[in-house]
Structures are given as C-alpha cells and as structure tokens.
Design a protein around this ligand. Structure first.
Ligand code: 9J6
Ligand code: ZN
Length: 291
C-alpha cells in the first residue's frame, strides 16, 4: 500500500469515527420513538375490546380537585416503560359518566391513562365542559395518585355532544393539547379557526340532535389552523352512535390518540389514506398529506 492510499484510508476511518462521535446514525440504528407503547397494531388489535396492557382503576370522588366534579381514572399498571399519555373524557347534556365510561378500560388497556368524568351540572354548557376537561387534566397530572405515571406534555380530550363541544373549547383554550376527539359535538358556534390541536370529529349521519350538516361538518371545515384534522361520519348513526361502545369509534379514536399523543406512526395505516366509505362509515374527510 503506498503512502497516498494509506493516508486516504486514514481519512476515511477518521470520517467514520467522527460520524459515530457525532451520533449520526444509520437508519438501522435510529432511535425508536420514546413514546411508543405496546406491540405493532393490526386491524384485530385496534378493534379488540381490550388491548395488551393490564389495567387498574381509581375513583376520584367529588371534592378531590377544583373545577371538575368526580370521575374514574383507568391506567396501565406497567411502570417499566416510562410514563403514558393521558385523555380526559366528559359526557353530554344531563348524561352521567356511565355514557362515556367504556372508553376508560378500552383505551387504558392500549396504553393511555384515561380519566372519565361526571359533569358539575347536567345543564353545563359546552364551554364549561371544556374547562372541566382541562381542570381534570390538571388534577390528573399534578395531584392524582397516578400523577407519576402520566406525561404532562402529552394530553388529550374527548367528549360527547355538549361534551364534544367542550372538547373543542378545551382544544382552543389549551393549544398544548396533543389531540382532541369530539363525538357528535353539540355546539352552536361553528367558528373554530383558533383550534391548533390535531382534532378528529366523529359524527352520526342521521343525528337529529347535533345534525352533522349544521355542527360537525362546519366545525370541521372551520378548523383551518389545526395541523391535522379528520371528520368521520358513522353510517346511519344517530346522536348516540359515536358514543355507544363500538369498534369504529374505538379504532379511530385509538389511532388518533396513538398518532398524535404518542407520535406513533405505526397507526398511520388506519388514518391515511382516508378509509373509503363502507358499511360503518358514510364519509370521511381529512388532511392526510396525499389525500
Ligand atoms: O338542545 C339542547 O339544548 C341540548 C342539546 C343536548 C346535546 C347533548 O349534549 O346531548 C347529550 C345527550
Ligand atoms: Zn406530538
């Protein structure tokens, strides 16, 4: 080997060492998303009644915190993987926690801390329900018995009807939220240009209480500042279709939470490209990059 070649090889080796030193990884060495929880999803796993995580629950009686009433926290018992993202869920007009409570174990078993709520009052308007959602999240991350299990930077809101309207208010008032999922949102205001949170609205095609033509669709259309958004319309669905225990709401809400609370792109396959109309979905609108 002549000295010129040896010098060139030396430079190459130095270059390789520098690359290693600077932490420039090859794709095979790229760090895994630190928020990813649970195995790679399948159609069966996202529609299953329960996910892979063992869960526990704790009751939060009235008076435990300020700004919300009472509720139940469902959480994965696993503490070996770090913290989990969290979602607070609130029901609609004169409706108890029971209406939305199925989302607690269903989503917690997939790797989220879920706080299902009763409202302060049955007639609370959507804006009030929004502030109750945010107060519940504040309690969850700072005072609850599971606060150490929750990542306070990765929070989301859900709600049904007036609670869906509340989810829009919460998202508009707290842009640091990672996701919002209003279910059959009832809210007369259809100007949500201020929402900067990734938001999925799930409506019912035949809803006569919160008609999608005057609520969900104009709400969806108005969210021009949301980084990503989606509108899923349940075929032949009435006002309670999106909030009844069903695998369409479960699959798409889970995928939205995984994608935006956990930044888990393994769930992209369920969101983009948009699902075609089928026996459960009458229409689906979104902002997928290539749709
Ligand atoms: O029409 C009204 O004033 C009440 C709309 C209620 C929507 C709602 O939250 O329904 C949940 C059962
Ligand atoms: Zn994110």
């Amino acid at each position: 080997m002549n000295s010129a070649l040896r010098k060139r090889l030396g430079l190459l080796l130095t270059g390789a060492s520098l690359t290693a030193l600077l932490g420039v990884n090859t794709p095979a060495e790229a760090a895994q998303n630190p928020y990813e929880r649970g195995p790679a999803p399948t159609e069966a796993s996202v529609t299953a009644a329960r996910g892979p995580f063992a869960i526990a629950q704790v009751s939060v009686p009235s008076g435990s915190g300020t700004g919300f009433n009472n509720g139940t926290i469902y959480y994965p018992t696993d503490t070996s993987q770090g913290t989990f993202g969290a979602v607070a869920v609130i029901p609609g007009f004169i409706s108890p926690q029971l209406v939305i409570q199925w989302l607690g174990p269903r989503l917690a078993s997939q790797g989220f801390v879920v706080f299902t709520l009763d409202t302060n009052g049955g007639g609370d308007l959507p804006e009030s329900r929004g502030s109750q959602l945010l107060a519940a999240l504040d309690y969850l991350t700072t005072r609850s018995t599971v606060r150490d299990r929750v990542d306070p930077t990765r929070l989301a809101v859900m709600g049904h009807s007036m609670g869906g309207g509340g989810s829009l208010w919460a998202a508009q008032n707290r842009p640091s939220l990672q996701a919002a999922i209003p279910l059959a949102p009832w809210e007369l205001d259809t100007t949500w240009e201020g929402v900067k949170v990734p938001t999925m609205i799930i409506g019912g095609q035949t809803d006569a209480i919160a008609p999608v033509g005057s609520m969900s669709i104009p709400q969806y259309t108005s969210m021009t500042a949301a980084p990503e958004k989606a509108y899923l319309e349940m075929k032949n669905g009435n006002h309670f279709a999106p909030v009844s225990e069903n695998s369409t709401t479960a699959k798409y809400a889970l995928s939205w939470l995984k994608r935006f609370v956990d930044d888990d792109t393994r769930y992209d396959q369920f969101l983009c490209p948009a699902p075609a109309p089928n026996s459960a979905i009458s229409q689906y609108r979104d902002t997928c990059p290539n749709d």
